[in-house]
Design a protein. Structure first.
Length: 105
């Protein structure tokens, strides 16, 4: 197992709003995964932590999204084969996360 991919996204919207926005975006994320051939095995909230697991082409990925007062911390455990794409994934997660959590208004 490769070392985990960790992305921290700062925000100024507070943990309640950050969790609401992430929760509202889960259906879009699941649809995008399905379109890409990725099976979402579960996405489960426990307080301010979203645990998830996905699989595609025999590769399993799991991790957590932690909602903190000023940061959202995403940790993804990648198998060695997918670890080759970690930097690209980190950029995509960071970009999408920033767009979701940017303060509006």
């Amino acid at each position: 197992m490769a070392k985990p991919l960790i992305v921290e996204i700062p925000h100024e919207i507070g943990p309640v709003e950050a969790k609401r926005r992430i929760s509202n975006g889960l259906d879009k994320a699941k649809a995008a995964c399905a379109k890409a051939g990725i099976n979402v095995e579960h996405m489960t909230w426990t307080d301010d932590r979203l645990n998830f697991a996905m699989s595609a082409m025999g590769q399993k990925v799991d991790g957590e999204v932690d909602i903190l007062p000023e940061t959202v911390r995403i940790e993804v455990r990648l198998p060695m084969l997918l670890a080759l794409f970690a930097e690209r994934m980190k950029k995509i997660i960071g970009k999408e996360g920033n767009q979701l959590l940017i303060k509006k208004g």
